[in-house]
Design a protein around this ligand. Structure first.
Ligand code: SAM
Length: 209
């Protein structure tokens, strides 16, 4: 069994080449996210992967700090051209990223929270690090939701074997859509927008009150 940093480091070159599976859903949530951002904002992206989304958000804000546990992902992110030279990519596991003592107006995490230990505690840490009115934007695959159809059952059965063979990351939480909404509310956030784009991926914009 391999740890998250080793797993994601190894798959980084292949991940960088992979196509977004539902471009329409991606572009929709990207635009929704952009609509909340201000030119004065500092944005922290957790688990930014190869930095594609951070680089698309960066022109509309003051600075984006993209963080990821995998050195390989961050190296690819750093190698990409920047329109405004205001994206800073750092190798940081999520626990260290949410402990950063820097001011951020927005914290974002896409396709990440099903892959980290204890997301409930992380949502509480994200709440604490934001100022009043600060935003948390997340998109999380919900692999146990009925929206995923019958495919959720073979995935659940195969996952432990794939993890044992080092072919799947660890941990992977099997969420239902309602789990994500509940955890974000329990962390203290007010949900200002939510939807599923595509149907198994929960997109939420939440505000610290
Ligand atoms: C499925 S990829 C998503 C990447 C990017 N956010 C996107 O939407 O394309 C998951 C990313 O989370 C990162 N990751 C996994 N566990 C992490 C952790 N504990 N701390 C920080 N990053 C982590 C991986 O290295 C990988 O880049």
């Amino acid at each position: 069994m391999v740890d998250a940093a080793t797993f994601w480091d190894k798959v980084a070159p292949k991940y960088a080449q992979s196509k977004i599976s539902d471009m329409e859903a991606y572009e929709y949530t990207l635009e929704r996210t952009r609509s909340y951002l201000k030119p004065t904002d500092r944005v922290l992206e957790l688990g930014c992967g190869t930095g594609s989304t951070a680089l698309l958000l960066a022109p509309g804000v003051k600075q984006v700090v993209g963080t990821d546990i995998a050195q390989g992902m961050i190296e690819i992110a750093r190698s990409k051209p920047q329109e405004k030279s205001n994206a800073d990519f750092r190798v940081l596991g999520i626990e260290d990223a949410v402990a950063l003592r820097e001011p951020f107006d927005v914290v974002a995490g896409f396709n990440l929270f099903h892959l980290v230990p204890n997301p409930q505690a992380l949502f509480a840490d994200i709440y604490e690090m934001l100022p009043e009115g600060g935003l948390f934007v997340s998109k999380t695959p919900c692999l146990a939701d009925k929206a995923f159809g019958w495919k959720r059952f073979p995935i659940m059965a195969a996952l432990p074997v794939m993890q044992l063979l080092g072919k799947a990351p660890r941990p992977v939480s099997m969420f239902k859509i309602a789990d994500i909404d509940r955890m974000i509310l329990e962390a203290g956030f007010e949900i200002v927008e939510s939807g599923s784009f595509p149907s198994i991926s929960r997109y939420i914009v939440a505000r610290r009150s």
